[in-house]
Ligand binder design. Structure first.
Ligand code: MEV
Length: 313
């Protein structure tokens, strides 16, 4: 027997980090990237076959602790024996680039396991199990990555509140550019937590500002106001920079994007590496931006047509 589970990448448009503190965030599915987990019947111990490792699940390296734990917890939830199958994971979501790869791996694998054992999977259970993995990966996840990598509609997200999906429907393009440097989400989240302790007033102020921008951004999207969206993105990047979660490479790509006519630009995801996004008014401007970003050192770029709520390449 063979069963499959899938998930997609995600892009945070606005509100990363502040979402951990209860402020709203807006994320969009990044269907250009995906993860597929295949579970196949074999005999003997569970075998894991993925990007970093192939071998018995029980001997998986420490960097796969979140994945190994979520597999064990899922099988426990299903009350099934942890043996006699092989888990093969393939991914086009670049790892540790702020695109939600850790949550997406968990989502695809939980889905595959539930299908393999022919059990229905509720969204609540899916998100609870994914957050076990995310807690190991990030320490204090907001739940946004789990919510977005398991869905293909744009989401206005507030931790602990009901999900608010909404149509993007904007006449604009995003260019997503990968610095090629692995992001440090866990360190960045911990850094802000420490900052909150050492400078609560200043940190709280910056976090609130990010929340305000997310609220304004939702209105701008509803009114198809690309210029306002761009301005908010650039403003958010400045706030995230002040919180210490940008780095030289991200700042350089943001500056390049703005110099080359982007309506706005910012880091996306945990920061300190990973990806940035830039807003372009149309496809021609987006293609020019992508070329300039590659020349400035980006390792890879993707174009995202916000009108079609999908992507173009
Ligand atoms: C940095 C963060 O806001 C997003 C990481 O993709 C962390 C989280 O929401 O759990």
């Amino acid at each position: 027997m063979k069963k499959t589970g899938i998930s997609n990448g995600k892009i945070i448009l606005i509100g990363e980090h502040s979402v951990v503190y209860g402020e709203p965030a807006i994320a969009i599915p990044f269907l250009a990237t995906a993860i597929e987990t295949v579970i196949e019947t074999t005999t003997g111990p569970v075998i894991l076959d993925c990007f970093f490792y192939k071998g018995p699940l029980s001997q998986a390296p420490k960097r796969l602790l979140n994945l190994a734990t979520v597999i064990k917890e899922t099988v426990k939830t299903l009350a099934k024996p942890l043996e006699n199958f092989t888990i093969t994971i393939s991914s086009t979501i670049p790892a540790e680039r702020g695109m939600g790869s850790s949550a997406a791996v968990a989502v695809a694998t939980i889905r595959a396991l539930f299908r393999y054992f022919d059990e229905p999977l509720s969204n609540t259970v899916l998100l609870e199990l994914t957050n076990i993995s995310e807690t190991i990966a990030h320490g204090n996840p907001s739940g946004l990555d789990a919510a977005m990598t398991s869905s293909n509609s744009p989401l206005y997200y507030v931790k602990g509140q009901e999900f608010e999906f909404f149509p993007l429907n904007m006449t604009a393009y995003l260019v997503v550019a990968d610095t090629g440097i692995t992001g440090q989400t866990k360190e960045a989240v911990e850094h802000i937590a420490q900052l909150y302790q050492s400078a609560p007033k200043q940190t709280g102020y910056l976090i609130k500002q990010l929340g305000q921008l997310a609220k304004k951004t939702k209105l701008a999207i509803e009114k198809n106001q690309a210029i306002t969206l761009g301005t908010n993105m650039t403003q958010a990047h400045k706030l995230l920079s002040s919180l210490g979660v940008s780095n030289r490479e991200l700042d350089c790509l943001v500056d390049t994007a703005l110099d080359s006519g982007a309506l706005g630009a910012k880091l996306t995801g945990g920061g300190r590496g990973g990806c940035m996004i830039a807003l372009a008014k149309n496809e021609t401007a987006a293609k020019r931006l992508a070329t300039d970003l590659l020349e400035a050192g980006a390792q890879h770029t993707w174009l995202y047509n916000m009108r079609k709520d999908g992507y173009d390449d």
